[in-house]
Design a protein around this ligand. Sequence first.
Ligand code: ATP
Ligand code: MG
Length: 196
Amino acid sequence: MKTTYKKRMQRKKEFIDSRIKEANIDKGIIVLLTGNGKGKSSSAMGMICRALGYDMKVALVRFLKGEQQTGEDLFLDNNSNVVSAHMESGFTWDTQDQELDKKSASETWNEAEKFLANPEIDLVVLDEITYMINYNYLDEKVILKVLSNRPKDQHVVITGRAASKGIIEASDTVSEVKDIKHAFRTNIRAQKGIDL
Ligand code: ATP
Ligand code: MG
């Protein structure tokens, strides 16, 4: 029994080692985090943290920022390796002004475009951009073109529910966060350090 286990593990190790050896390409990738569960933007923040650990330069672009300040805003704002652009107005049901939302979306996208053309920036996070496409505030085609023309080593992380087909196809890594439970539904309000 013991040897069978050992053999199995040995085979597994050989397989994994050979796969690791084969994966020898370095390039900028697009990571998409979508789905209805909690964990998309905070995962993006985790990758920002990883990148900063290697002294990489990061651009954080947040669509749908809202009034609420988050812990990561406080943490990242003074970091000289981070540049950011935040959509000024909040959510549609906050502003209740579609034209204003559309204008803020394109202003924010203009900033994103600059980051996506700058080879000095190693990682660009486009937080909640999927909604801008779904509401037709931004043109998916334009976004896809800018993404494909970005510097070849630049990584991009995209977050937001209901990612469009085009964004899924353009991404290299796609994860769907599934909602099983959320504390909010038992009347627990958003908690500092966890939700904001
Ligand atoms: P986080 O920023 O915590 O990673 P997220 O980016 O996956 O969350 P969003 O849809 O952007 O999720 O919503 C952000 C806020 O809404 C967070 O405070 C989060 O805890 C909360 N939230 C996320 N998913 C749900 C859900 N399924 N039900 C209720 N609240 C949610
Ligand atoms: Mg989010």
